[in-house]
Design a protein around this ligand. Structure first.
Ligand code: ADP
Length: 257
């Protein structure tokens, strides 16, 4: 399971990079294999260089095959943003989360009824929750509590500029070791990790940040050494297809109880 998680994080990052690089790379490979074919045609059949060129050509063709796979893979990553209920997304991941965090961490789930719709890719949001939960688990080697919460946030929830509209907030809080300010300043950098070699990729939070930014949201972190950590994901509240803002029903839900 551990390997699967790390692999999923890597694949997500690779997928984001691959699409752009693979396309250009494939064009370059076409030049290499194409010119190699031209030279081979002109070469006398008994030339000692022929075998070498044949090997170059084979390697070029094999590389093109690999980049094609990479392209196909990155296309699979194509996102399908839909109107989602964050509560549903959390419920979808709950079973997996319990397996990930193990026996020593208590899982609390506190979902506000109808927090509102968000426009996002379900698989990506599940990945976000998973990455945050894995980090929380790693921050609590001797056990503790992991609490996942959903809420509707009013328009002026502290964000700046266009992102300060009404939002749906997903919080992932742990009672773990927390972070120093120096660590906190770097956590979203790709490949930044404080974990031992083989235990961290440094990609988890970079992916979280990327996914949330793509959805027009933002990430807030509250953490101090020894005091645990709270990640808050703000996602813009989306309109329902019918035109009614889902958040209003969410606020009503909150007022009811
Ligand atoms: P990785 O988990 O592979 O190290 P991440 O990008 O997910 O990569 O996290 C980067 C770093 O941020 C971690 O190595 C850790 O130092 C810190 N971190 C992330 N989440 C937490 C948390 N819940 N509690 C304490 N530290 C954390």
């Amino acid at each position: 399971l551990e390997d699967q998680l790390r692999q999923a994080q890597k694949m997500e990052a690779v997928g984001q990079l691959a699409g752009g690089v693979a396309h250009d790379f494939n064009n370059l490979l076409t030049v290499i294999t194409g010119y190699t074919e031209l030279i081979l045609e002109d070469l006398p059949p008994d030339s000692p260089t022929r075998d070498l060129l044949v090997e170059i050509h084979k390697a070029g063709v094999r590389s093109a095959g690999l980049t094609r796979q990479l392209l196909a893979f990155s296309r699979k990553q194509v996102l399908t943003p839909k109107l989602l209920d964050l509560n549903e997304v959390v419920r979808e991941t709950e079973k997996m989360l319990r397996r990930v965090i193990g026996e020593d961490v208590r899982l609390g789930v506190d979902l506000q009824p109808h927090p509102g719709w968000v426009l996002a890719d379900q698989g990506q949001l599940e990945q976000v929750i998973l990455n945050l939960a894995v980090n929380a688990r790693d921050a609590m080697p001797r056990g503790g509590g992991l609490t996942i919460t959903t809420r509707t946030a009013p328009a002026d929830h502290g964000g700046a500029g266009p992102r300060s509209g009404p939002a749906v907030v997903l919080s992932v809080a742990d009672t773990g070791v927390g972070m120093t300010d120096a660590v906190k300043a770097r956590i979203f950098e790709p490949f930044f990790t404080t974990k031992a070699v083989g235990h961290g990729t440094g990609l988890g939070l970079a992916v979280v940040h990327g996914v949330v930014a793509q959805s027009g949201g933002r990430v807030e972190v509250d953490s101090a050494p020894g005091r645990g950590t709270v990640f808050r994901i703000f996602l813009p509240l989306a309109e329902q297809p019918g035109g009614q803002s889902a958040g209003r029903s969410g606020v009503r839900g909150m007022a009811r109880g």
